[in-house]
Design a protein around this ligand. Sequence first.
Ligand code: TRP
Length: 473
Amino acid sequence: MAEEKKKRDGFGSKLGIIAAAAGSAIGLGNIYRFPCELGNNGGAAFLLVYLAVVIFLGIPVMLSELVIGRRSQSNSVGAFKKLAPKSAWPVVGYMGVLCGFLIFAFYSTVSGWIVEYIIKAVSNSFDGRDLAADFKTFKDLGWRNVIWQALFIFLTGIVVFKGVKNGIEKCSKILMPLLLVMLVALAIRAMTLDSVKTEAGLAFLFRPDFSKINGEVIIRALGQGFFSLSLGMGVMITYGSYVKKNDNLTSTAFSIVLADTLIAILAGLVIFPALGGIVPKNPDFGFIFNVFPKLFSEMPGGYWLCIFFFVLLAIAALTSTISLLEVLVAYISEELHMKRQWATVVACVGTMIIGSFASLSLMSDTPFAIGGKSVFELMDFVSSNILLPIGGVLIVVFVGWKLGKQKFFEEVTNEGSIKASFKRIVFFIIRYLAPIAITIVLISGFIKKEEDSDNTTQPVPTEQIQSVEDTIQ
Ligand code: TRP
């Protein structure tokens, strides 16, 4: 009880907030998922739609979460309890916590693979290998995956254990600039290798073919935007609760979105010039592990490039898993009145257990599959395609209709002390446009899922990877 009376932990500086929140947003979603989505959905045309989505929906939804967090000074469940006492709204927070466990569980599986691949890169085990076969053999090892995954969760735990200012903020302030420098270096390397491939890659990324824009592209851009910006499950509510009362929320939201988008484009500048503009159809997570080591190892300085690439991925993944864990820890410690350190242990052990099902479900003879879908795929689908968009709609509806215009304006203007020029239009979007747009996307996503329920999220067939590799050579 005395614990609660103490001053709440929080971010020390505006740069710290931006580093931590951008760290959450920037992750595998930018470096791997964004280029794949772009590749599958019309290249530059997708980029344009994506930009529109993040500007018109991403910023308002991000701002809504930050407003809820800072106003309530509470975790994602406590926030709704405080701002809407005796109502059903805290359910949105509980959904976020559940979603956090699910995303953390499958995201840490992939993060564990990155650890394995850093080791492989250091021991130079890519040369002349059939990488697709190696990747499959590795996944079949089951428990080895679980151990790397547990290690990654443990690492995340160490940072969160230390607290918001001394753990999350400190770590993000070091890792995020490092990530930027590494990515710029990789992009320069990728773009100075082969002028024909670079040109093809850049054309793919920046020369839009407007005929490619259709409903599906818009839906996918929105899904990608939400995942990439870590929206819809309370990460930004939790981080928002650590923002000081005199910081400008609108410019913070804008900076996070800008950083996330620039990093995604920068990742495109590594991947497409390296691939020469050719992307495999329906690539899955395996793509980074199958194709990239081969691509890089054939370039001059390939040994270091591979190590560089996987370390970069690990950094990107770590700052994202930190935010997922923080949502859980903030909830457990504040709502269940547990010491922060114990809450971290509980959340980590819980995720290790749930996460091991995700890892083991990717073995060829796994018992952890339901209706032909692995637990890994189901966790991904339920969280990214169902819980995040529903969470997103409920969050904007909450701010637009329950919290209301006056309190929203108070929060974005710091009680009238700063001018927030776009506040009216942003509130209009939050109240009307965003809920409608996200609902349409959510429903159409379901219809689409019904239509092609038997050919989504299929792993990339080996022949296809082979053909990409051939083209690359
Ligand atoms: N945004 C991260 C990425 O791009 C992933 C992530 C971290 C996330 N926290 C989240 C996604 C919360 C949705 C919700 O990789």
